[in-house]
Design a protein around this ligand. Structure first.
Ligand code: 13P
Ligand code: SF4
Length: 319
């Protein structure tokens, strides 16, 4: 990391201390943003930690829905996010009005009221229509706790939903949404990497498509994958998730090697790395300005937040 970045990080940390602010960062953010953070985690850990801190200001370096979740859980706190435009293709793939119609349609087909389970990568409006929120860390654990004969609607991630169906034996009704980063990993490239690196374990996030998961040895949330690399005696791993996690993996295991699976490159489209451009919108200058000016500030309409909070709290209780 160059000196300029180090100086910037020090300035940000000093300002955060003066303002009694806590900085949270997701594993997919830039390395320099992770260096500023008081707490780095996966979606579940970030939500859990937000409820435990006593600071006046919470700064969420991640994407919009993470800031919203934080504000819903901590309505009395000032929640800032460095860039309000840091969205999420998965959250965008499920609009509340469309989900409402989907729930109505599927409720009419049965005499049982469906339980609506939503991945945390959703807007506050979608969470307000949801019975229980889940993350990739706890989806199996929570679905396992639901009555065996329950009719479950799961959204928006189709890949995660299919994977949870396969490990729980459920037949949840799935919304057809996807994350553009996780759904573009190249199976061909993965098979080539496996052939070139025989015996090396493949670690994948459950947002990846089924053929990628079928070739993987460990499937889990960002935190679960990181913990596996720390605990495993293996020295090399093939990684199928957003590449930001490699920074934490390499930091925790400097003697180990991490080989990222590249994305499919369609003619004229695609990039040579697996980066979520929304997560990368968190930059040092935006983080500094956000702390200095105490904006952009996250707001969630009171009525929406009141409806959404119970679905998130249910998740925290069942995790
Ligand atoms: P987790 O942090 O829960 O593994 O989720 C990954 C993700 O895509 C966040 O947007
Ligand atoms: Fe959303 Fe995918 Fe980016 Fe995660 S990696 S924030 S699911 S677009």
């Amino acid at each position: 990391m160059d000196l300029n970045k180090k100086e910037y990080i020090d300035k940000i940390k000093k300002l955060a201390k003066e303002k009694n602010a806590v900085i949270f960062a997701h594993y997919y953010t830039r390395p320099e943003i992770q260096e500023c953070a008081d707490f780095i985690g996966d979606s579940l850990a970030l939500a859990q930690q937000a409820t435990r801190v006593s600071a006046d200001i919470l700064v969420m370096c991640g994407v919009h829905f993470m800031g919203e979740t934080m504000k819903i859980l901590c309505p009395e706190k000032k929640v800032l996010i460095p860039d309000m435009n840091a969205g999420c293709s998965l959250a965008d793939s499920c609009k509340a009005e469309d989900l409402k119609q989907f729930i109505i349609k599927n409720s009419q087909l049965t005499d049982k009221k469906p339980i609506v389970v939503s991945y945390v990568n959703t807007s506050a409006d979608v969470k307000a229509l949801t019975d229980i929120v889940v993350t990739s860390s706890n989806a199996k654990k929570i679905v396992d706790q639901l009555p065996k004969d329950a009719k479950i609607i799961f959204g928006p991630d189709y890949n995660l939903g299919s994977y949870i169906n396969s490990v729980t034996g459920r037949e949840m009704i799935l919304w057809n949404g996807a994350c553009h980063v996780h759904s573009r990993f190249s199976l061909e490239a993965l098979l080539k990497l496996k052939a070139e690196n025989p015996g090396v374990e493949v670690l994948a996030h459950p947002e990846c498509k089924a053929p990628i998961l079928a070739q993987s040895d460990v499937i889990g949330s960002t935190k679960a994958l990181l913990e596996h690399t720390i605990q495993s005696p293996a020295k090399r791993f093939i990684i199928a998730t957003e590449s930001g996690i490699l920074y934490e993996m390499q930091k925790a295991c400097p003697d180990k090697e991490f080989i990222p699976v590249p994305p499919e490159v369609t003619e004229g489209v695609g990039c040579s790395c697996n980066e979520c451009e929304y997560m990368r919108m968190n930059t040092l200058d935006k983080l500094y300005a956000c702390l200095r000016d105490e904006q952009p500030e996250m707001h969630v309409a009171k009525e929406t937040a009141e409806k959404a909070v119970s679905s998130i709290q249910r998740m925290l209780q069942m995790s």
